[in-house]
Design a protein around this ligand. Structure first.
Ligand code: DI6
Ligand code: FE
Length: 415
């Protein structure tokens, strides 16, 4: 990324338009115009007004941002980044009118990616995912959630989680990875007609193994008529909680199974998709403080008509996050900027909501709000310097990447 190599010394970014997303700062962006941010090690040490004596006295390396925009690192809080193969052929079929659910029932869809994924080693899977990770990082992603879900055996699910961990521990592109066990993504062919037995395998073997080896922070499910019932998801969530793993769910994407209420009842981090969410689902999320993760990429690629109830979620004060859902079937793209753009154009979010949804609210959706998501003292030094002054620029113009410098955990690279 940077021919001169990474820069790790203590740093001061001065004369910046800091969109802090800190609720203590003014306006929807938490803007601190002309301010400075001081970094010590991997942490933000101070956020300083322009005339603060500490700005002039700073002993480390000073970057004059020239009035340009600085934001927190972007967080993609819902991805299926690690998988094998491609489903471009299915996309072609869908464009010709074959519904996603029909392709899935005929053994395509998720199961076709499962076949391609089982064939690959942990090493091959990490290599296959790397270009997608690089694409996200090039636009400023410094933390990414990665789900398993294309293995569907204990060994293959753990292999996917290890590949995800590997992406978070390589030096070339520093990025924090939040790994999620999504064994309940589809019923594997070996368990056809025996979904409850597969759920028992998840509960008795996969969740304990992932927890024991520290390979997952959360457990996800696909609660849907073409996947798992609320009763099955309830068993899985109960097991997750017994093993001290967080809970989240793909819910109300294609129909209303009351999955959001189930996630809320388990105190889940996030309920994701939500196109078919109704008023009682909204109330349940609000009461539980569960984040609503909007995934407009899947809505776009599936050419769906039903939109999530954004106005009701907003009115109820449910935190709104935005993510890519990067996956080979329903959301084949790796651009969080595009996801934010789609959230504005298709779902009616404001650019400020979309950016908060890919920073502060996404951090909440990953249980990392203590360290990530805003620019404030004590937060991890994940900072982006943009060739822009208005934050909406990041969401508005596609095809041109305005990122100049990406700092992840205090390590800065030119973009
Ligand atoms: N909902 C989705 O949109 C993806 N998974 C899920 O539970 C689809 C993943 C795929 O089609 O491969
Ligand atoms: Fe997904």
């Amino acid at each position: 990324m940077d021919p001169a190599g990474p820069r790790t010394a203590d740093a001061l970014w001065a004369n910046a338009r800091l969109a802090t997303f800190d609720p203590a700062a003014p306006g929807p962006y938490g803007m601190r115009d002309g301010w400075a941010v001081a970094v010590r090690g991997d942490t933000v040490a101070a956020v300083l007004p322009p005339d603060d004596p500490a700005v002039r006295a700073f002993g480390g390396r000073v970057t004059d941002c020239g009035g340009r925009l600085v934001t927190p690192g972007l967080i993609d809080c819902h991805t299926h980044l690690v998988y094998g193969g491609s489903r471009a052929d299915e996309w072609e079929q869908r464009l010709a009118g074959v519904p996603y659910a029909d392709i899935a029932r005929a053994g395509g869809g998720i199961l076709s990616t499962v076949r391609a994924t089982r064939d690959l080693s942990e090493d091959d899977l990490a290599k296959a995912a790397f270009p997608r990770l690089r694409a996200l990082a090039a636009e400023g992603v410094t933390c990414v959630e990665i789900k398993s879900g294309y293995g569907l055996t204990t060994a293959d699910e753990l292999k996917l989680l290890r590949a995800a961990r590997r992406l978070g521990t390589q030096d070339y592109i520093p990025v924090a990875v939040s790994p999620t066990l999504l064994a309940a993504h589809a019923v594997p062919p070996e368990f056809a007609g025996r979904a409850d037995d597969y759920v028992s395998l998840i509960v008795d073997e996969m969740i304990p193994a992932a927890a024991r080896d520290g390979l997952a922070e959360a457990v996800d499910v696909f609660c849907e008529h073409i996947a798992f019932t609320p009763a099955q998801c309830d068993r899985i969530f109960a097991a997750a909680r017994r093993h001290h793993l967080a809970v989240k769910g793909h819910v109300e994407q294609l129909s209303n199974s009351r999955g959001a209420e189930l996630v809320a009842r388990h105190g889940g981090w996030s309920a994701d998709h939500l196109e078919y969410l109704d008023a009682s689902g909204v109330a349940a999320l609000a009461a539980a403080g569960t984040v609503a993760v909007l995934l407009p990429g899947a809505f776009y690629f599936l050419r769906e008509k039903q939109k999530p109830p954004v106005e009701a979620l907003r009115a109820a004060g449910v935190p709104l996050a935005v993510a890519t859902d990067a996956n080979p079937g329903t959301s084949p793209f790796a651009s969080l900027r595009l996801a934010m753009n789609l959230a504005c154009v298709l779902y009616g979010l404001t650019p400020a909501e979309a950016l908060a949804g890919a920073t502060r609210e996404a951090a909440k959706a990953l249980g990392r709000a203590d360290r990530l998501g805003t620019i404030a003292p004590g937060k991890r030094a994940d900072l982006l310097l943009w060739d822009a002054t208005h934050p909406a620029e990041i969401v508005c113009q596609l095809g041109v990447n305005p990122l100049r410098v990406r700092m992840a955990g205090g390590v800065a690279h030119d973009a």
